[in-house]
Design a protein around this ligand. Structure first.
Ligand code: PLP
Length: 374
């Protein structure tokens, strides 16, 4: 499987060229409003002094790092502001491979394709740990694969593409596995505001020099275009402290720094957004999940019970999740999803649908009608 060329674009282009109206369930771009305070922050920024339009600290605006550190209960020296969780994951994986003893990265199958593409780009050996039948991750399966060759175990909860959330016991055991094998647990928590199960546990709840937590405001504030994320590394003055030093250099030499207006707007939004903003978005997603899974039930599909994030992965009887069938669903039903093969060799029969469109109800009706007619 070639993970370096994401298939998102191929499906989206096919859908755009289609001869009919298509509901886009391919990408993970939120379709709802950002916090009001984010727009305010941007407007205020536009009227600032020229000095405020110049380079911020390479590691990020100090006030934003302070705000993040306070909210996450860590020292400010552990926080680096990045160009989204994408860069945070890159720094975490690259530095683990550089500084930990192994050359291997453990990923979960099915995988968020950018992890696998990045591991390939970094010339890491990749080992996949299969998700359980219900979509979770069994630490015993990780223990089976992890070894002194492992530099990093990369997890994502709430999960893309399966929509599951890992519980506290799982996260704690995964940190312990990393500690025992001189590896880093890289925990991508970009969907942490979208947990419907109440089970989500941040890896930050375990105090350990063997974990890196990555996150961003792309999803929580519906601003994937802003590119503001962060990584929380082990303290630079403690064990594995060199990873933060390495990440700072890598970030600076690649980007110089991250966009200042975007950081300033996020800071303003963090300080001035009521928790009800996030709750309303969760409620919206819950409604969409109900509508879509009802249609999947009607179509006789098997699916992973959505507990978090924006995605549902499903398998339809007699209709495998190949690219050909994805194209058929676009042409004949007017719904664009992602083929299972984009995420996994073992879930080739599945398809993933992103629920970030106001047209989920319509998609559900189309899906039900398409499978009813077969
Ligand atoms: C699991 C996961 N991590 C990271 C990202 C990228 O996040 P960002 O926009 O903050 O780079 C995504 C985007 O879809 C994602 O699904």
């Amino acid at each position: 499987m070639d993970y370096e060329t994401p298939q998102f674009f191929r499906v989206m282009q096919y859908a755009q060229r289609a001869d009919r109206d298509v509901v886009d369930m391919v990408s993970g771009n939120p379709d709802w409003e950002p916090p009001q305070a984010l727009r305010e922050g941007l407007r205020t920024y536009a009227d600032g002094e020229p000095a405020e339009f110049q380079y911020p600290d390479s590691v990020g605006l100090r006030e934003l790092r302070e705000e993040i550190a306070t909210r996450r209960g860590v020292d400010i020296e552990q926080v680096i502001v990045t160009n989204g969780a994408g860069e945070a994951n890159h720094l975490a994986m690259a530095e683990s491979l550089e500084q930990m003893s192994g050359d291997e990265v453990l990923l979960v199958d099915p995988v968020y394709p950018y992890y696998a593409g990045r591991a390939e780009m970094l010339h890491a050996d990749i080992r996949f740990v299969p998700a359980t039948d219900r979509g979770g991750l069994d630490p015993a399966d990780v223990y089976e694969q992890i070894s002194e060759d492992t530099a990093a175990v990369v997890i994502n909860s709430p999960n893309n593409p399966l929509g599951v959330t890992y519980d506290a016991e799982t996260v704690h055991e995964l940190v312990a596995a990393a500690e025992e094998h001189d590896a880093m647990l890289v925990s991508d928590e970009v969907y942490d505001h979208f947990d419907y199960s109440g089970r989500f546990e941040s890896a930050l709840s375990v105090d350990s020099p063997n974990r890196i937590v990555t996150n961003s405001f792309s999803k929580s504030m519906a601003i994937t275009g802003f590119r503001v994320g962060y990584a929380i590394f082990p303290h630079p003055d403690g064990p594995n402290g060199g990873l933060m030093d390495g990440a700072r250099s890598r970030h600076m030499l690649t980007n110089v720094t991250s966009s200042r207006p975007a950081q300033a707007a996020v800071l303003h939004a963090l300080r001035n957004t009521d928790p009800s903003y996030y709750e309303a978005n969760r409620d919206l997603l819950r409604e969409r999940i109900d509508a879509f899974t009802d249609a999947l039930d009607a179509a006789g599909a098997e699916y992973t019970e959505p507990e978090g994030a924006f995605y549902v992965m499903a398998r339809f009887p007699g209709f495998e999740g190949t690219m050909d069938n994805v194209e058929r669903l676009i042409d004949e039903a007017g719904i664009a999803g992602m083929p299972g093969e984009a995420f996994s060799d073992t879930r080739r029969e599945w398809m993933r649908f992103a629920l970030v469109t106001p047209r989920v109800g319509e998609a559900a009706d189309r899906l039900a009608a398409f499978f009813d007619a077969r």
